[in-house]
Design a protein around this ligand. Structure first.
Ligand SMILES: *Cc1c(COP(=O)(O)O)cnc(C)c1O
Length: 350
């Protein structure tokens, strides 16, 4: 049954590769709370180097890493500045209110990403007994919308945040995808932020884990706060070993996902029944809307039709369907995917 399903719900659905499983089975481990897990120490060293930071800390998930970054850098009651479309706001279950107790100042970006002009009027630059303190700025690259923020736009925010002494966190869950799309090294993007979180378990294909990277002082404090959050784990070299394999392979794996996303978006854009913007398919994701009849009922029907043809995706959000490529999609799956859209477009034309 399983082999007939093309699972484009997310790049989190991948299974560990044979090389990962072997590395996991052979991993040298120890108690990581006492910093005695050699595999995790190696992974954290590799991560810090890749991001151009002094130190890194293994955490269970991307959400954990983002929230830990806020918890470490923003005082309770201080302001978190971020896009109203950011993962931290939309998809982290309100954690910043529970854990850090920050006051969220969400901003609607004028473009796809936050620019300094969006942030400048909102950030508190003057101290007054009435004003909340500025806490932390959070950016995202790549964005969950499948777009990437150009480095220049990040740099302007970085320079101003430094002037105002407001820390900057980067949600880099897909920073490797962003680096491919921008044609720069991951550390060129990470250099714009005080802390950066990236995920091993998205397009990289490891079963679990994310890393929070930053200066030695921030990461030491984050280790204490990770303990508060219950994230001190023991023989996690088992997971770290898969992460190390993932970090060796990303350059072999991700370009194909990007090429397929662009090709699918182009195929969809050429079909009269659908709308998709190939220019917006900057990483491994394609977004699509139905043209013409587009009620909630039409959307649900289309979602089901995809499933009947063997293509899995999450239900649309605000009328928008998302398809995400990842390393477990075979060439045959990909060809089949293009054919499914062509077949459905023909059926809808009738
Ligand atoms: C997936 C994702 C996260 C969180 O990762 P989890 O491991 O699912 O908690 C954070 N930010 C972005 C942009 C993501 O896509």
């Amino acid at each position: 049954m399983e082999s007939f399903i093309i699972d484009l719900r997310s790049d989190t659905v991948t299974r560990p590769s044979p090389a990962m499983r072997k590395a996991m089975a052979d991993a040298e481990v120890g108690d990581d709370v006492s910093r005695e897990d050699p595999t995790i120490l190696r992974l954290e060293g590799t991560a810090a180097e890749l991001m151009g930071k002094e130190a890194a800390l293994f955490v269970p998930s991307g959400t954990f890493g983002n929230q830990l970054a806020l918890f470490t850098q923003a005082q309770r009651g201080s302001e978190l500045y971020c896009s109203d479309q950011s993962h931290i706001i939309q998809h982290e279950a309100g954690a910043s209110a529970y854990i850090s107790g920050v006051l969220t100042r969400t901003i609607q970006p004028r473009n796809h990403w936050l620019c300094w002009e969006d942030l400048a009027p909102v950030i508190r630059s003057v101290r007054d007994q009435h004003f909340p303190l500025p806490g932390v700025i959070a950016l995202e690259n790549a964005l969950s919308s499948g777009r990437v923020q150009p480095l220049e736009a990040m740099k302007e925010i970085t320079a101003n945040a430094k002037k105002l002494k407001v820390p900057l966190h980067l949600d880099g869950a897909r920073i490797f995808n962003a680096s491919l799309a921008l044609g720069c090294a991951p550390l060129d993007i990470a250099a714009q932020a005080d802390t950066v979180m990236f995920c091993l378990s998205k397009g990289l294909g490891a079963p679990a884990g994310s890393l929070l990277c930053g200066s030695r002082d921030i990461i030491d404090e984050a280790r204490f706060k990770r303990k508060i959050m219950g994230g001190g784990m023991r023989q996690i070299g088992i997971l770290g070993a898969a992460g190390l394999v993932a970090l060796e392979e990303w350059q072999d794996v991700l370009p194909r996902d990007h090429q397929r996303a662009r090709a699918l978006a182009e195929t969809i854009a050429a079909l009269p029944a659908f709308h998709s913007d190939p220019q917006a398919a900057e990483i491994n994701m394609v977004f699509m809307k139905l043209k013409g009849k587009n009620s909630l009922e039409d959307q649900n029907r289309f979602h089901l039709q995809l499933k009947e043809k063997g293509l899995l995706t999450y239900p649309p959000e605000q009328g928008e369907f998302r398809f995400v490529f990842h390393r477990d999609i075979t060439e045959e799956d990909f060809r089949q995917t293009l054919m499914i859209f062509q077949a459905l477009a023909e059926e809808m034309d009738e």
